[in-house]
Write a protein that binds this ligand. Structure first.
Ligand code: NAD
Length: 254
């Protein structure tokens, strides 16, 4: 029995390392998935591949840091696949310069603002847009992609990234409280170091060093994050809300 038959999901940053693993895990359980990303070439390719495999997916190009683009994307996905039952606010960027996180006195205000918009505002925009339908249905699942860097100091990332990931933890608790009476759960994932394109922005030595201080002595895979996302999206997690689950192999345990 597939867990998400007759469910429609929306995933942001859907063609990235973790996003595409989440999309694959959701369609494998029968969900229809609206995929939102800025990478149109990879988005169309993933859409074509999954459609050919018999899955119901729809790719929309949008910069989720802009409210109007989120509005257009949600509207297009609703028309094509129906109202959203599962929202995965997965998108995230972690800009660096030559593999190094910029210090506060070096940070261009424009870069700070972009990270706020893409990592944090997008989650609010999407949640704001899909919750009226979820409230009406008295059913919904929202999963926010935080990071262990939002819970503990981690010198690999810059303050803008850590600030947005910490903010998502606060928002997760508030949205869980706001939406609980409508049978909508809101939870967050805090991945550790996961092998995706995002990781290639820092040196191999840095990633090897993280593996060494991780309890399980290795980096994680996108599929391991997707498994935890499927749990939060599923009926098995129906009495779990406002929680942040580390998927970090025991790195930066808090
Ligand atoms: N990889 C890790 O180790 C790790 C650790 C902790 C948290 N995370 C979080 O997991 C999430 C996914 O990360 P990933 O490693 O898969 O990254 P990734 O770089 O592989 O994928 C990010 C995706 O987001 C898309 N994107 C970027 N800006 C966008 C925008 N403005 N609008 C729409 N789409 C946009 C990119 O095109 C890309 O497909 C992020 O929130 C990230 O912060 C990752």
């Amino acid at each position: 029995m597939m867990r998400f038959s007759n469910k429609t999901a929306l995933v942001t940053g859907a063609v990235g390392g973790i996003g595409s693993a989440i999309v694959r895990a959701l369609v494998a359980e029968g969900a229809s998935v609206g995929m939102v990303d800025t990478n149109a070439v990879a988005g169309q390719a993933l859409g074509a591949e999954l459609t050919a495999a018999g899955h119901k997916v729809f790719y929309v190009s949008a910069d989720v840091g802009q409210f109007a683009e989120c509005e257009a994307a949600v509207s297009a996905i609703k028309t094509k696949l129906g109202t959203i039952d599962i929202l995965v606010n997965n998108v995230g960027i972690s800009p660096k310069q030559n593999g190094k996180a910029l210090k506060v006195w070096e940070m261009p205000p424009q870069e700070w603002d972009t990270v706020m918009s893409v990592n944090l505002n997008s989650a609010f925009y999407m949640t704001r847009l899909v919750t009226p339908d979820m409230i009406q249905k008295r059913d919904g699942r929202i999963i926010n992609m935080s990071s262990v860097a939002g819970k503990a100091y981690c010198d690999i990332v810059a303050a803008h990234y850590a600030a947005t990931k910490a903010a998502l933890i606060g928002a997760t608790r508030h949205w869980a409280a706001d939406l609980g009476e409508y049978n909508i759960t809101v939870n967050g994932l805090a991945p550790g170091r996961i092998s995706t394109p995002l990781l290639k922005m820092v040196s191999q030595e840095t990633n090897d060093a993280v593996a060494q201080v991780t309890a399980l002595k290795r980096l994680g895979t996108p599929e391991e994050v997707a498994d935890a996302c499927v749990f939060f999206a599923s009926d098995q997690a129906r009495f779990v809300t406002g929680q942040i689950l580390d998927v970090a192999g025991g790195w930066l345990m808090t």
